[in-house]
Design a protein around this ligand. Structure first.
Ligand SMILES: *Cc1c(COP(=O)(O)O)cnc(C)c1O
Length: 356
């Protein structure tokens, strides 16, 4: 059976070699006679997987020593709550930039925890772009500024990040590892794994140590970052198989040449689709404004809703999976994360031209 042309937004395509590697060792990992799923999370064999996932991530993203790497469950959605619970004290304000549905949700959870302010928003233009920031509006009381680096639903992406005096917090669920990153600009980064890192079930949190140095004993144990940092994310049973697949994906990224190489490939892939849009005489219309376009999620519509529906039907018949836009915006969306092969993207671009 051949592999699908998978443009799903998440869970999304995984590298074929990763799946084959996992398959090869599924019944007998490392001579244990067990699957990774069946190992004790306290065993040496598992611990090696766990620690090498962390060290691979540290190497690829060049994460400095004063940052912790945590493996948490509950998805990026739980981070919407954990960030303010851990970092937003009573006398402070959490600032948010609204660039789409996920940042709205992050704000909504923070509002349940403490004081919040919206620093900037592009909601009025249906989140077509990333706003300019007026950093003077970030006042003394700021605990942090929260952004969503890639807006999975609208197809926009921050092209650069501001230098701040307060911690910059980023939801990078849909573009982590898609390009090199200066970690030192951030106080905390989080990402659910199921777009660019692996399967669902594990969320990676990269956090500057000094931000989580206070005890915060009033917090539920499992909602306190310190529980994870003090116990190497092994306070309770971690999602061992998801972390194993994460490790395999990280090995794959290294084999691909690391983040600079992946960025080049991602730019090339995205260009095929944006060219198909831009050279269509308006037949395909991109949702994102050009300067904010995402290299991970390409969003577009056709002249009418009927046209869009017909295009999606025809694409499905050709074997293209997952091209429907998110239910909240409609239209079409091609998610072209790291693991989506160039050839699949080229085929889609060809199909778009032929269809037109
Ligand atoms: C997918 C996604 C989420 C939600 O992630 P869960 O792991 O399902 O909670 C949050 N933020 C962004 C940017 C996403 O793409």
């Amino acid at each position: 059976m051949s592999r699908a042309f998978n443009f799903n937004a998440g869970p999304a395509a995984l590298p074929e070699v990763v799946l084959l590697e996992a398959q090869k060792h599924l019944l007998n990992f490392n001579g244990t006679g067990m699957s990774v799923m069946e190992l004790s999370h306290r065993s040496k064999d598992y611990e090696e997987v766990h620690n090498s996932a962390q060290s691979q991530l540290r190497k690829l993203l060049q994460i400095p020593d004063n940052y912790e790497i945590l493996f948490v469950q509950g998805g990026a959605s739980l981070q919407f709550s954990m960030v303010p619970m851990n970092l937003l004290s009573e006398d402070k304000t959490g600032y948010y930039v609204l660039t789409g549905a996920w940042s709205e949700k992050a704000l909504k959870e923070a509002q349940k925890v403490g004081n919040t302010k919206i620093l900037a928003s592009t909601k009025e233009e249906n989140y077509r772009s990333i706003p300019q920031l007026d950093l003077d509006l970030l006042q003394e009381d700021a605990a942090y500024l929260h952004i969503t680096s890639n807006n999975t639903i609208y197809g926009t992406q921050w092209q650069s990040f501001p230098d701040l005096k307060v911690p910059l917090i980023a939801d990078m669920s849909s573009d982590i590892l898609s390009r090199p990153l200066d970690i030192s600009k951030f106080g905390l980064i989080y990402a659910g794994a199921q777009k660019n890192l692996g399967p669902s079930g594990v969320t990676v949190v990269i956090v500057k140590k000094d931000l989580i140095s206070e005890p915060l004993d009033h917090l539920p144990t499992m909602l306190n970052y310190q529980t994870f940092s003090k116990n190497n994310s092994l306070y309770n049973t971690p999602p061992t198989f998801a972390i194993y697949l994460l490790k395999l994906v990280l090995d794959w990224v290294e084999n691909e040449g690391g983040l600079a190489a992946l960025e080049r490939k991602n730019i090339e892939k995205a260009k095929y689709l944006y060219d198909a849009i831009d050279e269509s005489d308006g037949f395909f219309k991109g949702h994102a404004s050009k300067e904010s376009r995402s290299n991970m999620n390409v969003t577009f519509t056709l002249p009418t809703e009927d046209d869009t529906k017909n295009f999606l039907d025809a694409a499905k018949k050709q074997g293209f999976i997952g091209l429907n836009g998110h239910r909240s915006v409609g239209g079409c969306r091609a998610s072209i994360y790291n693991a989506v092969p160039l050839e699949h993207v080229q085929r889609l671009a060809e199909f778009m031209k032929t269809y037109r």
